[in-house]
Design a protein. Structure first.
Length: 262
Protein backbone atom coordinates (compact mmCIF):
# COMPACT_ATOMS: atom_id res chain seq x y z
CA UNK A 1 0.00 0.00 0.00
CA UNK A 2 1.30 3.46 -0.92
CA UNK A 3 1.06 6.24 1.61
CA UNK A 4 0.35 9.78 0.43
CA UNK A 5 2.28 12.47 2.30
CA UNK A 6 0.64 15.88 2.03
CA UNK A 7 2.89 18.81 2.86
CA UNK A 8 1.42 22.29 3.00
CA UNK A 9 4.05 25.03 2.93
CA UNK A 10 3.10 28.70 3.43
CA UNK A 11 3.96 30.52 0.20
CA UNK A 12 5.13 33.71 1.90
CA UNK A 13 7.49 31.81 4.16
CA UNK A 14 9.32 30.01 1.35
CA UNK A 15 9.15 32.38 -1.60
CA UNK A 16 11.05 35.31 -0.13
CA UNK A 17 14.41 35.62 1.57
CA UNK A 18 12.74 37.34 4.53
CA UNK A 19 10.16 34.74 5.60
CA UNK A 20 7.07 35.90 7.44
CA UNK A 21 6.77 34.66 11.03
CA UNK A 22 4.42 31.70 11.39
CA UNK A 23 2.11 33.63 13.73
CA UNK A 24 1.74 36.41 11.14
CA UNK A 25 0.78 33.88 8.50
CA UNK A 26 -1.78 32.38 10.85
CA UNK A 27 -3.25 35.54 12.38
CA UNK A 28 -2.34 38.41 10.05
CA UNK A 29 -4.78 40.42 7.95
CA UNK A 30 -4.42 40.79 4.19
CA UNK A 31 -4.62 44.36 2.88
CA UNK A 32 -5.05 45.12 -0.83
CA UNK A 33 -2.65 47.89 -1.88
CA UNK A 34 -3.82 48.06 -5.51
CA UNK A 35 -6.47 50.18 -7.20
CA UNK A 36 -8.81 48.46 -9.66
CA UNK A 37 -8.35 49.15 -13.35
CA UNK A 38 -11.38 50.85 -14.86
CA UNK A 39 -12.49 54.03 -16.61
CA UNK A 40 -11.43 56.15 -13.61
CA UNK A 41 -7.88 54.81 -13.36
CA UNK A 42 -5.33 57.62 -13.41
CA UNK A 43 -2.54 57.51 -16.00
CA UNK A 44 0.23 59.95 -16.86
CA UNK A 45 -1.29 62.73 -19.01
CA UNK A 46 0.59 61.54 -22.11
CA UNK A 47 -0.17 57.82 -21.66
CA UNK A 48 -2.98 55.79 -23.16
CA UNK A 49 -5.61 55.11 -20.46
CA UNK A 50 -7.15 51.78 -19.55
CA UNK A 51 -9.86 50.58 -21.91
CA UNK A 52 -12.08 47.54 -21.53
CA UNK A 53 -13.92 46.32 -24.63
CA UNK A 54 -16.71 43.86 -23.95
CA UNK A 55 -16.49 40.96 -26.40
CA UNK A 56 -19.28 38.91 -24.85
CA UNK A 57 -21.53 39.16 -21.82
CA UNK A 58 -24.49 36.99 -22.69
CA UNK A 59 -25.86 33.51 -22.95
CA UNK A 60 -24.71 31.54 -25.95
CA UNK A 61 -26.87 29.59 -28.36
CA UNK A 62 -25.91 26.50 -26.35
CA UNK A 63 -27.51 27.98 -23.26
CA UNK A 64 -24.51 28.79 -21.06
CA UNK A 65 -23.33 32.26 -20.05
CA UNK A 66 -20.05 33.45 -21.51
CA UNK A 67 -18.11 36.65 -20.66
CA UNK A 68 -14.89 37.87 -22.28
CA UNK A 69 -13.22 41.24 -22.77
CA UNK A 70 -10.32 42.88 -24.55
CA UNK A 71 -8.16 45.30 -22.57
CA UNK A 72 -5.67 47.97 -23.66
CA UNK A 73 -3.53 50.31 -21.56
CA UNK A 74 -0.08 51.82 -21.16
CA UNK A 75 2.36 49.95 -18.91
CA UNK A 76 2.59 52.84 -16.48
CA UNK A 77 -0.74 53.76 -14.92
CA UNK A 78 -2.90 52.84 -11.98
CA UNK A 79 -1.07 50.74 -9.40
CA UNK A 80 1.94 49.66 -11.41
CA UNK A 81 5.56 48.57 -11.47
CA UNK A 82 8.50 50.58 -12.77
CA UNK A 83 11.05 48.02 -13.88
CA UNK A 84 14.67 49.21 -13.60
CA UNK A 85 15.02 49.33 -17.38
CA UNK A 86 12.42 52.12 -17.36
CA UNK A 87 15.26 54.55 -16.55
CA UNK A 88 18.46 52.50 -16.79
CA UNK A 89 19.62 50.80 -19.97
CA UNK A 90 20.59 47.16 -19.55
CA UNK A 91 18.92 46.71 -16.16
CA UNK A 92 16.09 44.32 -15.32
CA UNK A 93 12.99 44.26 -17.47
CA UNK A 94 9.64 43.46 -15.86
CA UNK A 95 10.00 39.71 -16.38
CA UNK A 96 13.63 39.64 -15.18
CA UNK A 97 13.13 41.05 -11.68
CA UNK A 98 13.83 38.25 -9.17
CA UNK A 99 10.72 37.16 -7.30
CA UNK A 100 12.38 37.53 -3.92
CA UNK A 101 12.93 41.20 -4.69
CA UNK A 102 9.17 41.70 -5.02
CA UNK A 103 8.23 40.34 -1.61
CA UNK A 104 9.54 41.02 1.85
CA UNK A 105 9.24 43.15 4.98
CA UNK A 106 7.50 46.50 4.45
CA UNK A 107 8.73 49.71 6.03
CA UNK A 108 6.27 52.62 5.82
CA UNK A 109 7.54 56.20 5.91
CA UNK A 110 4.56 58.40 6.84
CA UNK A 111 5.18 61.95 5.62
CA UNK A 112 1.52 62.77 5.04
CA UNK A 113 1.57 65.74 7.44
CA UNK A 114 4.47 67.38 5.62
CA UNK A 115 3.02 66.62 2.17
CA UNK A 116 -0.34 68.10 3.12
CA UNK A 117 1.38 71.46 3.47
CA UNK A 118 3.38 71.23 0.24
CA UNK A 119 2.23 69.38 -2.91
CA UNK A 120 5.83 69.53 -4.15
CA UNK A 121 7.18 67.88 -0.99
CA UNK A 122 10.07 65.44 -1.41
CA UNK A 123 11.18 62.83 1.10
CA UNK A 124 14.72 63.77 2.14
CA UNK A 125 17.54 62.07 4.02
CA UNK A 126 16.55 63.87 7.23
CA UNK A 127 13.15 62.13 7.13
CA UNK A 128 14.84 58.75 6.62
CA UNK A 129 17.15 59.40 9.55
CA UNK A 130 14.22 60.44 11.75
CA UNK A 131 12.42 57.21 10.81
CA UNK A 132 15.53 55.18 11.68
CA UNK A 133 15.87 56.87 15.08
CA UNK A 134 12.29 55.83 15.86
CA UNK A 135 12.29 52.37 14.27
CA UNK A 136 15.85 51.19 13.76
CA UNK A 137 18.15 51.09 10.75
CA UNK A 138 16.52 50.31 7.39
CA UNK A 139 17.57 46.71 6.76
CA UNK A 140 18.88 45.37 3.47
CA UNK A 141 16.15 43.63 1.52
CA UNK A 142 13.34 45.81 2.83
CA UNK A 143 10.53 47.18 0.70
CA UNK A 144 10.23 50.87 1.56
CA UNK A 145 6.80 52.45 1.05
CA UNK A 146 6.34 56.22 1.24
CA UNK A 147 2.96 57.39 2.48
CA UNK A 148 2.24 60.98 1.45
CA UNK A 149 -1.52 60.83 2.00
CA UNK A 150 -2.15 61.28 -1.71
CA UNK A 151 -4.25 58.12 -1.74
CA UNK A 152 -7.12 60.10 -0.20
CA UNK A 153 -7.29 62.07 -3.47
CA UNK A 154 -7.77 59.05 -5.77
CA UNK A 155 -9.41 59.05 -8.36
CA UNK A 156 -9.83 62.84 -8.60
CA UNK A 157 -7.36 63.67 -11.38
CA UNK A 158 -7.17 67.37 -10.55
CA UNK A 159 -6.38 66.82 -6.86
CA UNK A 160 -4.18 63.79 -7.47
CA UNK A 161 -2.11 65.07 -10.40
CA UNK A 162 -2.46 68.80 -9.91
CA UNK A 163 -4.12 69.12 -13.31
CA UNK A 164 -7.03 67.53 -15.14
CA UNK A 165 -5.64 68.30 -18.57
CA UNK A 166 -4.63 65.49 -20.93
CA UNK A 167 -1.60 65.47 -23.19
CA UNK A 168 1.84 67.11 -23.13
CA UNK A 169 0.49 70.51 -22.05
CA UNK A 170 -0.51 68.98 -18.71
CA UNK A 171 2.99 67.82 -17.73
CA UNK A 172 4.32 71.24 -16.57
CA UNK A 173 1.26 71.55 -14.32
CA UNK A 174 1.85 68.31 -12.39
CA UNK A 175 2.12 68.77 -8.63
CA UNK A 176 2.45 65.84 -6.22
CA UNK A 177 5.05 64.62 -3.68
CA UNK A 178 7.98 62.33 -4.42
CA UNK A 179 11.40 61.21 -3.22
CA UNK A 180 14.45 63.49 -3.26
CA UNK A 181 17.49 62.11 -5.13
CA UNK A 182 19.61 62.25 -1.96
CA UNK A 183 17.08 60.03 -0.19
CA UNK A 184 17.06 57.67 -3.18
CA UNK A 185 20.84 57.37 -2.87
CA UNK A 186 20.53 56.60 0.84
CA UNK A 187 18.00 53.84 0.08
CA UNK A 188 20.44 52.37 -2.45
CA UNK A 189 23.15 52.45 0.24
CA UNK A 190 20.83 50.61 2.60
CA UNK A 191 20.37 47.85 0.03
CA UNK A 192 16.56 47.94 -0.16
CA UNK A 193 14.82 45.58 -2.57
CA UNK A 194 12.10 47.94 -3.82
CA UNK A 195 10.60 51.39 -3.23
CA UNK A 196 6.93 52.34 -3.48
CA UNK A 197 4.83 55.47 -3.11
CA UNK A 198 1.16 56.49 -3.06
CA UNK A 199 1.59 59.11 -5.82
CA UNK A 200 1.91 58.85 -9.63
CA UNK A 201 5.72 58.86 -9.55
CA UNK A 202 8.78 58.22 -7.39
CA UNK A 203 9.92 61.68 -8.53
CA UNK A 204 7.78 64.66 -7.59
CA UNK A 205 5.42 66.19 -10.14
CA UNK A 206 7.66 69.09 -11.16
CA UNK A 207 10.66 66.89 -11.94
CA UNK A 208 12.02 67.14 -15.47
CA UNK A 209 15.03 64.82 -15.08
CA UNK A 210 13.50 62.03 -12.94
CA UNK A 211 16.74 61.72 -11.04
CA UNK A 212 15.38 59.51 -8.26
CA UNK A 213 14.11 57.09 -10.89
CA UNK A 214 17.55 57.06 -12.49
CA UNK A 215 19.33 56.43 -9.19
CA UNK A 216 17.09 53.55 -8.10
CA UNK A 217 16.94 52.00 -11.58
CA UNK A 218 20.73 52.07 -11.96
CA UNK A 219 20.88 49.93 -8.80
CA UNK A 220 18.28 47.51 -10.25
CA UNK A 221 15.72 48.59 -7.65
CA UNK A 222 12.12 48.48 -8.97
CA UNK A 223 9.51 51.06 -8.06
CA UNK A 224 5.82 50.72 -7.18
CA UNK A 225 3.63 53.74 -7.97
CA UNK A 226 0.03 54.66 -7.13
CA UNK A 227 0.10 52.26 -4.19
CA UNK A 228 -3.23 52.22 -2.33
CA UNK A 229 -4.22 51.97 1.35
CA UNK A 230 -0.86 52.75 2.92
CA UNK A 231 -2.75 54.25 5.85
CA UNK A 232 -3.64 50.67 6.82
CA UNK A 233 -0.02 49.58 7.26
CA UNK A 234 2.16 50.02 10.37
CA UNK A 235 5.64 51.55 10.20
CA UNK A 236 7.13 48.06 10.53
CA UNK A 237 5.90 44.48 10.83
CA UNK A 238 3.95 43.99 7.60
CA UNK A 239 5.04 41.77 4.72
CA UNK A 240 4.43 42.85 1.12
CA UNK A 241 3.94 40.77 -2.02
CA UNK A 242 3.99 42.79 -5.26
CA UNK A 243 3.49 40.77 -8.44
CA UNK A 244 3.33 42.58 -11.81
CA UNK A 245 1.94 41.30 -15.07
CA UNK A 246 4.89 39.32 -16.47
CA UNK A 247 5.53 41.32 -19.64
CA UNK A 248 8.56 40.00 -21.52
CA UNK A 249 10.93 42.90 -22.11
CA UNK A 250 8.54 45.27 -20.34
CA UNK A 251 9.49 48.56 -18.73
CA UNK A 252 6.73 48.11 -16.17
CA UNK A 253 3.19 46.84 -15.94
CA UNK A 254 0.00 46.61 -13.89
CA UNK A 255 0.79 45.52 -10.34
CA UNK A 256 -1.20 43.61 -7.74
CA UNK A 257 0.26 44.50 -4.37
CA UNK A 258 -0.93 43.00 -1.10
CA UNK A 259 0.33 43.24 2.46
CA UNK A 260 0.07 40.82 5.36
CA UNK A 261 -0.39 42.99 8.46
CA UNK A 262 -0.07 41.88 12.09
Amino acid sequence: MHRLLLVIVPVVATACRHPAPADLLARGTWVDLSYPFDSTTIYWPTAKPFRLEVVSAQRTAAGFYYAANNITAAEHGGTHLDAPIHFAEGKHTTDQIPLDQLMGPALVMDVSAEASRDPDYRLRVAALEAWERANGRIPAGAIVLVRTGWGSRWPDRLRYLGTAKPGPDAVPELHFPGIHPDAARRLVERGVDAVGIDTPSIDYGQSTTFESHQILSAADIPGFENVANLDRLPATGAVVIALPMKIAGGSGGPLRVVALVP
